[in-house]
Design a protein around this ligand. Structure first.
Ligand code: C2E
Ligand code: MG
Ligand code: MG
Length: 555
């Protein structure tokens, strides 16, 4: 038996046996030689012994008795040494076996680990291929707990470990007999399941069973935890023809499917589709483009007019960010803001465009306000108010002309922190609007949670105004809430004259929308204001003033 036959070695270790090749040849040789010599000496000594018993002699010669004694000692010595060696081999084998187990299994959950699942997948895929059954297939099912970091942070790592162990047990319970489970690391598990490729529904059932097993409450750290997981599935029939490692390829495919499940709401499963790879690549390109775009200053402010609906008078502008991407053209914020939030660069991006907007708006008629949108993620930064005030100071922009627009999502953040940020800004004269009112679940109580200066009704209500009685009553209810709470209301998304007229009939609003004008660049706004004689300081004038200042300083 060779050293590299782990199967036999494992069997031997479990049975406490020593394999033939491992026996101690020297000890056995000594015992054999001693036995042969013993037999030879005993044979020579026996006649003397017999004569001695019959009373005819002095017994065997003294040298024969000594040789017999020496032989006995040798046999005992050889036997002892042999036993010692066998004992040592057994304990070494056990230690080796334990080390092997540790290398191939996950010590926490007892399932296979990342290293051992690969060969297992390759073996099962090869078995399916060589089975002669064209429908034999293998599914690679990848699981990842949703928000596990949060669970760990809130309940401690011990509770996290208990959760993982219980989760592994529950998953094992719903897996078919031929399947195996591995922990890939952290809160990520994989199951490999041989199945009939025509019966994908059997894998759907396993995925559903795993998801519902995870949804049962977990008793951890003296309390109950509600958990969910997301599942991605890859099938061996989707493997490319020329694929170096089935395991690696299936892991990659299942990973993409799992990411898709996470993106689409978690607590669900998705099968891998080739389109996912394309989407993921585009997403990576988008992320890299955004990161590079921030350093290259590709994010620019656009401005949308805000007017008094009753008089049509321009009262200010809302700044809306745009990405001037060299590859994608002009990209709308709905596409890049969520990605920048996830990448953790929203503050950099937002502060860059706000700084530019403050410089642009400084030259406008001082009665015109500037509204900027603030992401809930930015409201997690305790220094946010200071940073915004610093930007205003640097741009020499009066805080009374600035409005920040925050959405109801901010009310889900640490409300104490949000309130203190808003209060600091309000103390400096900045106004605060509640944007997109009506789309979320903000209650009247929540409306009072922050000292808002204005409510903005989401454009989906305004666009439906002409079509639905219900919407008209929602809009007039919001108008009365505003009136009751002494909060002026802005209507977004006014696209035509009839919507404007409906709003005029309902109440007093400020408004914005394509009817008044689409978002424009800083240059377009400047041209518009110049034509209306509403530029406080013209750019050329500013340069001239700066020149005068410099000359004065030089003199
Ligand atoms: P929002 O603050 O509600 O901005 C209004 C959105 O409605 C803008 O879309 C605007 O172009 C669009 N809109 C205005 N009038 C009309 C209309 O009559 N009809 C229609 N169909 N749409 C109209 P945009 O510029 O794509 O911005 C989308 C959202 O992105 C904004 O919604 C805002 O929440 C967010 N956003 C924009 N710029 C920034 C920014 O600098 N920072 C952050 N955090 N979010 C921003
Ligand atoms: Mg807004
Ligand atoms: Mg809005």
């Amino acid at each position: 038996m060779s050293e590299s036959d782990p199967g036999l070695e494992k069997e031997a270790a479990q049975a406490g046996k020593v394999l033939p090749g491992e026996r101690d040849i020297i000890a056995l040789g000594i015992i054999a030689a001693a036995l042969i010599m013993f037999v030879g000496h005993a044979a020579a000594a026996v006649p003397g012994v017999l004569r001695f018993i019959e009373g005819n002699g002095d017994g065997p010669a003294a040298y024969l008795a000594s040789a017999l004694l020496l032989n006995t000692a040798l046999i005992l010595f050889g036997w002892h040494r042999h036993n010692e060696l066998m004992k040592e081999i057994r304990s070494r084998r056990k230690a080796e076996e334990q080390a092997r187990e540790l290398a191939f299994t996950d010590p926490l959950t007892g399932s296979l680990n990342r290293r051992s699942i690969g060969p297992e997948v390759d073996r099962l895929v090869a078995e399916a291929k060589n089975s002669g059954n064209e429908h034999a297939a293998v599914a690679f099912v990848m699981l990842d707990l949703d928000h596990f970091k949060q669970i760990n942070d809130l309940n401690g790592h011990r509770a996290g470990d208990t959760l993982l162990v219980t989760m592994a047990d529950r998953v094992r319970d719903v897996l078919p007999d031929a399947a195996c489970l591995a922990r890939l690391g952290g809160d990520e598990f994989a199951c490999v399941i041989p199945y009939d490729g025509r019966d994908a529904a059997s894998i759907d059932r396993v995925a559903c069973a795993i998801i519902s097993a995870a949804r049962q409450p977990f008793e951890v750290a003296g309390g109950e935890l509600a958990v969910s997981l997301s599942v991605g599935i890859a099938c061996s029939s989707g493997l490319p023809e020329a694929c170096e490692s089935a395991a690696e390829e299936m892991l990659h495919m299942a990973d993409m499917a799992m990411y898709h499940a996470k993106k689409n709401g978690r607590n669900r499963y998705d099968w891998f589709e080739p389109k996912m790879e394309h989407d993921l690549r585009s997403r990576a390109e988008l992320e890299n483009g955004i990161l590079a775009g921030i350093t290259r200053g590709e994010f620019v402010p656009f401005y949308e007019q805000q007017v008094d609906i009753a008089t049509g008078e321009l009262t200010g502008f809302e700044m809306l960010a745009r990405w001037n991407s060299p590859n994608l053209g002009l990209v709308s914020p709905d596409r890049f803001i969520p990605v920048a939030e996830e990448l953790g660069v929203i503050a950099d991006l937002s502060e860059g465009v706000i700084a530019q907007a403050l410089r642009d708006a400084r030259d406008w008629d001082p009665r015109l306000t500037l509204a900027v949108n603030i992401s809930p993620v930015q409201m997690r930064d305790p220094w946010f108010a200071q940073r915004l005030l610093k930007l205003m100071a640097e741009a020499n922009f009066p805080p009374e002309r600035l409005e920040i627009e925050i959405t109801e999502m901010c009310l889900n953040e640490n409300i104490g922190l949000v309130r203190s940020l808003v209060t600091s800004l309000k103390n400096q004269g900045v106004k605060v609007s509640l944007d997109d009112f009506g789309v979320g679940y903000a209650t009247l109580a929540q409306l009072r949670a922050l000292p808002f200066d204005r409510i903005k009704i989401d454009r989906q209500f305004i666009s439906r105004l002409a079509r639905s009685e219900d919407t008209a009553s929602v809009v007039s209810t919001i108008a009365s809430i505003g009136e009751g709470m002494n909060l002026p209301v802005t209507a977004e998304g006014i696209e035509n004259e009839s919507l404007r007229d409906s709003l005029r009939r309902i109440g007093t609003f400020k408004g914005q929308g394509y009817f008044y004008g689409r978002p424009e660049t800083a240059e377009q706004v400047r041209a518009r204001l110049r034509s209306e004689a509403r530029l406080a300081v013209d750019g050329r004038e500013r340069l001239a003033l700066a020149g005068t200042d410099l000359r004065a300083a030089g003199a």
